[in-house]
Design a protein around this ligand. Structure first.
Ligand SMILES: [Zn+2]
Length: 386
């Protein structure tokens, strides 16, 4: 296959509407065919429904420890955004390339794919793997299948580079992100006879008050030396639903809450404490009015924090390849913490900026893509001699 530039490849990738709620298979098929054109085989790891898939490919000697270039193929929705042109038909305006996913994070994938000919030009001493996932934007669901595949078939890797938009800066940490749902079941009745029911909203308020006390407690004890803008774990309630009418005692209430943890294990501890409060105080009070009362808390997703690991192998290499000395932290979540929890030295470094991602007329500059190509070239050179 002829060599394609990262800009051409980015245009092709943006053309596949891979919003997380949709299938990403057309994009995966395109990448698979592109790699096959260079004689590179892909492993396709489908999800349970068969409508989405991860793609994993190896260039170089798979039996040796190597390097992983990690990206997600899905993008965030464009609903409610007034784009000036079709979000899935990339357009150029000066140095800027616009389209959904240009920055987050098809730009990085395009640079990695454009680097394939260079990876194949001379034998690599250490392999370079492409790990392209689905459903990152909705809780990092796909990457687990990639990590399982790697654990089963490959030796431990030397470093993982996750190409989320960092402006090609080196990012060594982010908080975890957990989404939880609590449902409160009481007993509905007419508001004139509250003695006959159990008000699920009132009891949900007690539960939310408990969460608020955790949030206040955490805020009052900021962590010294934390790399994060908000130097403590945060807890918040984002959605509350319940009730049917002003003059009815509500039988049901549900609320969605969010925990952004600075370190591992925090979510488990908070959930345990919350359940103890719920089971010890709230549920017994509800059962006095109605024996069938219940409170259930479920974790919808739990993306682990990416914990700063100063001087790690991945960090050292990324600083060298990116020509940067400083390592920072970001506010968004990513797959980095999942690779790290699986025991791999991991770093975030990719083209584009998070302020340019997820927005109307999302864009990336050609300059950022060029920097990323340079980064990957230096990785290839390193892998050749490693
Ligand atoms: Zn992303």
């Amino acid at each position: 296959m002829a060599h394609s530039s990262e800009i051409e490849l980015l245009g092709r990738l943006v053309g596949f509407n891979t919003v997380s709620s949709r299938s990403n298979l057309e994009a995966i098929d395109f990448i698979k065919a592109y790699l096959a054109g260079f004689g590179v085989e892909s492993v396709i790891i489908p999800d349970a429904t068969g409508t989405k898939a991860n793609l994993f490919a190896t260039i170089g000697p798979a039996d040796r420890p190597g390097y992983v270039l990690s990206g997600h193929t899905d993008v965030v929705p464009v609903d409610g955004q007034e784009w000036s042109r079709d979000p899935f038909d990339m357009w150029r305006d000066g140095d800027r390339l616009h389209g959904r996913g240009t920055s987050d994070m098809k730009g990085f994938i395009a640079c990695a794919l454009a680097g394939i000919p260079a990876m194949l030009k001379e034998p690599l001493a250490a392999p370079i793997h492409l790990a392209l996932s689905y459903d990152e934007e909705v809780g990092c669901l796909g990457v687990h299948g990639i990590i399982e595949h790697m654990a089963k078939t490959l030796p431990p890797q030397l470093a993982v580079f996750v190409g989320e938009p960092t402006g090609m800066g080196v990012v060594g940490g982010h908080k975890g992100s957990a989404g939880l749902l609590t449902t409160v079941t009481g007993k509905a009745c007419h508001s004139s006879r509250p003695d006959l029911g159990v008000n699920a909203i009132f009891h949900a308020m007690d539960l939310m008050g408990e969460l608020r006390s955790y949030a206040n407690e955490l805020r009052s004890a900021p962590e010294a030396g934390s790399p994060f803008d908000v130097p403590y774990t945060t807890v918040s309630v984002g959605v509350v639903q319940g009730g049917t009418a002003r003059n009815a005692i509500p039988g049901d209430c549900a609320f969605q809450w969010d925990v952004r943890a600075t370190s591992g294990g925090v979510v488990e501890t908070l959930v345990e404490r919350f359940r103890a409060f719920s089971d010890g105080k709230v549920v017994p009070a509800m059962k006095e009015g109605f024996a069938g009362s219940a409170v259930a808390t479920n974790i919808a997703y739990d993306v682990p924090p990416f914990v700063p690991d100063a001087g790690s192998h991945a960090e050292t290499l990324a600083k060298r390849f990116a020509g940067r000395n400083e390592v920072t932290a970001v506010n968004y979540g990513s797959e980095a913490g999942i690779f790290q929890s699986a025991g791999m030295s991991t770093i975030l470094c990719g083209p584009g900026r998070d302020s340019e991602a997820h927005i109307t007329d999302e864009w990336i500059t050609v300059e950022q893509l060029e920097r990323c190509v340079g980064f990957i070239d230096r990785l290839i050179d390193h892998a050749r001699h490693a």
